[in-house]
Design a protein around this ligand. Structure first.
Ligand SMILES: Cc1cc2nc3c(=O)[nH]c(=O)nc-3n(C[C@H](O)[C@H](O)[C@H](O)COP(=O)(O)OP(=O)(O)OC[C@H]3O[C@@H](n4cnc5c(N)ncnc54)[C@H](O)[C@@H]3O)c2cc1C
Length: 553
């Protein structure tokens, strides 16, 4: 291991791996350490969201995700039942991953690829760059932030030997119990215990043939007490994860509880093998700050949310992408003093929104505990059928908020970022289930299919991109000159296609290295240098200045 590294990343979960990969892709030398040997006993995440897939597209690893061994023809339905051999209350049908279409706003679609398949893909990507060193069984035990570098003490978890390394920046992607966050003295706000939940990974090769609900991704079990259990198809084959959802009261489900739950879920005894048990606390927490000095946190170290909505890792990978280009810019000297500070301004509001939405989804799944199913739901006969259908239809409608969340997965924006130049237009409402593309500064730059089959997203590279849309678009020379003077990497892309102009609504649009719009206008800026200095973090627009600018635009 080198004595000095530009970026020391602590924790090789999906977020640390994604950050290492993004930095490697940008040619930044970094060291990634992980205290374990990298084996995943029980995969947590399994839904790679559509925005994460857009990042995979830019990293050119979409094929690797597509080829992950989760079967392409395994149906992705979510079904609510009394038990697997009892009554079906309703279902939301979803195509198997090989047949799901991309949403109209993206060249990609979400993918069902569980963590024990996705982490190795991210690892393969990250380690494909010579500038990355990855060390397993290496734990961070202490660190000290100084004016020029961070000193970190690492311990080899096999031998117990310690060594000190230095880094220009240290990033804690070390999960919910982050020692980096603790070391910085950063607290977390929110609700520390929504439920005490027990996850049980079990193997059962004939599972689908033991019941009459058919193959599906997720089963939600509703008893007289309301929702009490879920089972998901972890690998689309012989492995399943049962979650005894629990309550905010601390419980320690015993082995007998686990076996009783599996029997109740199936409606009878059946053969299975318990592979692992994970007792965990579902939380709604966001760190008060995202870093200090040369040390930052990302992923679960910065925010913890209920998995209801599949936003956890996906929010963390967005953090990694936001941080990746900013670290690159600062290390190469063109990023200004405010650039890394803007990481918290941009990402913390997204986390606050996402943790709240995830808890709301949990509330919806558990709303059957307040609105308990009437006894007819569990009875035979035409009258009971009618009551069951009505109750099931209500729950189906309720759960749609969780199944359709592109307003979160794609629609997050950096409206109030100090490094985004406002254009004076009012912020469109933040959406939940739906997502309307906008090129307003701070938003994800819209996807439009180009005539050669590519996406506009494919135009954005490692640096800034200035789009000139239409034959009459101004040259953009002011921006180009300002970028050259500040050493900012910038490419100009001219397109004369009305559909792109329509989506972007302006003729000059400056897109950042993370694919968000930084500035747009129909004319050359009056002060191109001020724009460039703002978007590279060399000056910021304070809140008062922002209103003034908006008024003047
Ligand atoms: C049941 C369940 C289902 C979920 N489903 C989804 C989903 O479908 N989609 C989604 O987006 N999210 C989902 N999530 C959330 C998702 O799993 C987490 O948000 C994600 O794993 C966080 O990744 P991370 O890299 O930030 O942290 P972690 O995955 O916790 O990784 C942190 C790593 O840091 C290492 N580490 C800790 N301390 C040190 C140290 N001192 N030195 C070195 N290494 C250290 C740890 O060993 C660990 O490997 C789910 C969560 C659960 C519980």
């Amino acid at each position: 291991m080198n004595q000095h590294t530009s970026v020391l990343i602590v924790g090789a979960g999906p977020v640390g791996l994604a950050l290492a990969g993004d930095l490697g892709w940008r040619g930044v030398s970094c060291t990634l350490i992980e205290q374990t040997d990298g084996r995943i006993e029980q995969p947590k995440m399994d839904l790679v969201g559509v925005r994460t897939m857009e990042f995979c597209r830019r990293w050119d690893i979409v094929d690797w995700v597509r080829d992950a061994p989760y079967p392409g023809d395994y149906p992705q339905d979510c079904v609510w039942v009394t038990d697997l051999n009892g009554f079906e209350l309703g279902r939301e049908r979803f195509a198997a991953r090989a047949f799901e279409a991309c949403p109209p706003q993206s060249p990609q679609k979400r993918e069902r690829v569980p963590q024990d398949m996705f982490d190795p893909i991210l690892r393969r990507f990250a380690t494909s760059f010579d500038c990355l060193a990855l060390h397993y069984q290496t734990a961070l035990v202490a660190f000290e932030d100084g004016p020029d570098h961070v000193r970190a003490t690492l311990r080899d978890t096999r031998t117990g030997t310690s060594r000190v390394v230095t880094a220009d920046y240290l990033i804690g992607t070390d999960g919910g119990a982050s020692m980096v966050r603790e070391g910085l003295g950063i607290g977390m706000g929110g609700n520390p215990a929504l439920t005490y939940t027990t996850n049980v990974l079990f193997r059962c090769a004939d599972f689908p043939s033991l019941h009459r609900m058919g193959k599906a991704y997720r089963f939600i079990f509703i008893g007289p007490e309301g929702t009490w259990l879920t089972i998901v198809a972890v690998n689309g084959g012989d492995r399943f994860r049962m979650s005894i959802v629990g309550t905010p009261d601390k419980v320690n489900h015993s082995e007998a509880d686990i076996r009783a739950a599996l029997t109740r879920a199936m409606g009878r005894d059946f053969d299975y093998e318990v592979l692992s048990v994970m007792r965990w606390v579902r939380r709604e927490l966001v760190a008060d700050r995202y870093g200090a000095g040369r040390v930052f946190i990302a992923g679960d170290a910065a925010h913890l949310m209920s998995p209801t909505g599949a936003l956890g890792m996906n929010t963390g990978i967005q953090d990694a992408v936001d941080l990746g280009w900013k670290l690159d810019a600062v290390l190469r000297g063109w990023g200004g003093a405010e650039l890394l500070r803007s990481y918290e301004s941009e990402r913390r509001p997204v986390a606050l929104r996402n943790v709240a939405a995830s808890t709301e989804n949990l509330g919806r799944m558990l709303s059957t505990r307040d609105r308990k199913p009437p006894p007819e739901v569990f009875a035979q006969g035409p009258e009971a059928d009618a009551v069951r259908a009505a109750y099931g239809a209500w729950f189906t409608e309720t759960m749609r908020h969780e199944w359709f969340m592109n307003g979160f997965h794609l629609g997050y924006r950096y409206d109030d970022s100090p490094i985004v130049w406002p254009d004076g237009t009012p912020a469109p409402p933040l959406e939940r289930s739906t997502y309307t593309q906008t090129a307003r500064p701070g938003a994800r730059a819209p996807h439009v299919v180009l005539r050669d089959g590519r996406s506009t997203l494919d135009l954005f590279g490692r640096g800034f991109t200035l789009l000139r849309l239409g034959r009459d678009a101004p040259s953009g020379d002011g921006i180009v000159q300002a970028a050259m003077q500040a050493g900012v990497p910038l490419q100009v892309v001219a397109l004369d296609w009305p559909e792109v102009r329509e989506a972007y609504q302006r003729v000059l649009v400056l897109v950042r290295p993370d694919g968000h719009v930084a500035w747009r206008a129909d004319a050359e800026p009056l002060d191109a240098r001020a724009v460039m200095d703002t978007v590279r973090g060399a000056r910021t627009i304070a809140r008062e200045g922002r209103s003034h600018l908006e008024a003047a635009s």
